[in-house]
Design a protein around this ligand. Structure first.
Ligand code: SF4
Length: 290
C-alpha cells in the first residue's frame, strides 16, 4: 500500500485498513494542531483511490476501513458516494467504514445524503469538538460554533451513523480551565454522542498555540489540573449511552466507562487519584505522545 505523508487515525481504528481519500485537512487552522502543517490539502483522484483499493483487495478480507486524511467527509457528495461504492466493490466483506469530518463538512450534507452514505456502510463519523466553551472555540479557530457542532451531531445521529467526538483536556489553559470543562460537559450533553475520546493538549512546535506558549500567553494546567477537567466533564454531563475513553497516549490517566452506567464508579476512581496527588498513579511523561 502506498501512503502519502504521515497518516493519522482514531485509536479505535487501529485494526482497520486505511485508505487515503484526501490528503491533509481542508480546514487546517485549529491553533493546537500540527498534524498537517506541511501537507497541502487535496482530494485524491478517483483512479489513485481505486488503485489502492485494488491492491488492498489482494491482501485479504477486512472488517473495518478508515478513510483518511483529516476530514475526508468534506469530499462532495457525488464523489464520496463514488469512493464508497469502490470500497464496497473491492471489499464487499467490509462491515464498517469510518471517516473524520468537521461540523461544517456534516452541515454541507443533508440527512438524506448522510443516509445514502450509511447505506454504503459509512458507520461512524469522528468529529473534533475539543471544547464546549463558545469563546474558546473561536480562539482556537475550530471553524464551528457551539450551535453548529450540536446541529452536526443531530444530523449524523438522525442518519443512523455512530458519532464519536474528541475533546481536548488543557485547551483552555490554566485561566480557562474550569470554563472549558463546564462548557464541554454542556456540549457533550447536547450532542449526546455514542463515543467520546478525551485527549490532552501536547504543544506542537510550529502551531499558533505553541507560539502563544513560547510568548508566555498560554500555560497548561498541571497533570492533576487536567484530570480535574476530566472529572468535571464526566460529573456534569449526561448521556443516553456513551462509551467515554481517555485511553489516548496523550493522557495522564486512562479511563474507560460506559455512561451513564459507570458514572459513579469512574468518578470515585478519578477522585481517588486527585486526592492522592500521587504522580506514581499517572502515565509517565516519556510514554505520552500524540
Ligand atoms: S484538529 Fe482536525 S480539523 Fe483541526 S486542523 Fe487538525 S485535522 Fe484539521
Amino acid at each position: 500500500m502506498r501512503y502519502i505523508g504521515a497518516v493519522y487515525r482514531p485509536p479505535s481504528e487501529a485494526e482497520s485498513l486505511i485508505i487515503q481519500a484526501t490528503l491533509g485537512c481542508s480546514h487546517n487552522r485549529c491553533s493546537f494542531c500540527g498534524s498537517y502543517l506541511n501537507k497541502p490539502f487535496l482530494i485524491r483522484k478517483i483512479q489513485d483511490i481505486k488503485e489502492d483499493l485494488a491492491e488492498s483487495a489482494h491482501m485479504g478480507p477486512v472488517r473495518k476501513i478508515f478513510l483518511a486524511d483529516g476530514d475526508a467527509l468534506c469530499i462532495p457528495q457525488k464523489r464520496l458516494v463514488e469512493v464508497l461504492e469502490l470500497v464496497n466493490h473491492y471489499h464487499p466483506e467490509v462491515e464498517r467504514i469510518g471517516i473524520y469530518g468537521s461540523a461544517k463538512d456534516v452541515l454541507r450534507k443533508s440527512v438524506d445524503d448522510l443516509r445514502q452514505l450509511n447505506r454504503l456502510k459509512l458507520g461512524i463519523v469522528y468529529l473534533g469538538v475539543e471544547t464546549g466553551d463558545e469563546s474558546l472555540l473561536k480562539k482556537i479557530c475550530k471553524g464551528a460554533d457551539y450551535g453548529q457542532l450540536v446541529e452536526a451531531a443531530k444530523k449524523v445521529k438522525e442518519a443512523n451513523i455512530a458519532l464519536s467526538v474528541t475533546i481536548l483536556l488543557g485547551i483552555g489553559g490554566i485561566d480557562g480551565s474550569i470554563d472549558h470543562a463546564k462548557g464541554t460537559a454542556r456540549i457533550l450533553t447536547d450532542m449526546d454522542p455514542d463515543f467520546v475520546g478525551a485527549l490532552s493538549v501536547i504543544l506542537v512546535p510550529g502551531t499558533p498555540l505553541h507560539d502563544e506558549f513560547s510568548r508566555g500567553l498560554f500555560s497548561l494546567p498541571d497533570p492533576f489540573g487536567l484530570i480535574e477537567e476530566l472529572r468535571i466533564m464526566i460529573a456534569e454531563s449526561s448521556f443516553s449511552n456513551c462509551v467515554f475513553r481517555s485511553n489516548h497516549a496523550s493522557n495522564y490517566l486512562p479511563v474507560k466507562a460506559t455512561l451513564p452506567g459507570d458514572k459513579k464508579r469512574i468518578l470515585t476512581a478519578i477522585e481517588a487519584v486527585l486526592s492522592s496527588k500521587d504522580p506514581g498513579k499517572l502515565r509517565p511523561e516519556f510514554l505520552r505522545a500524540l
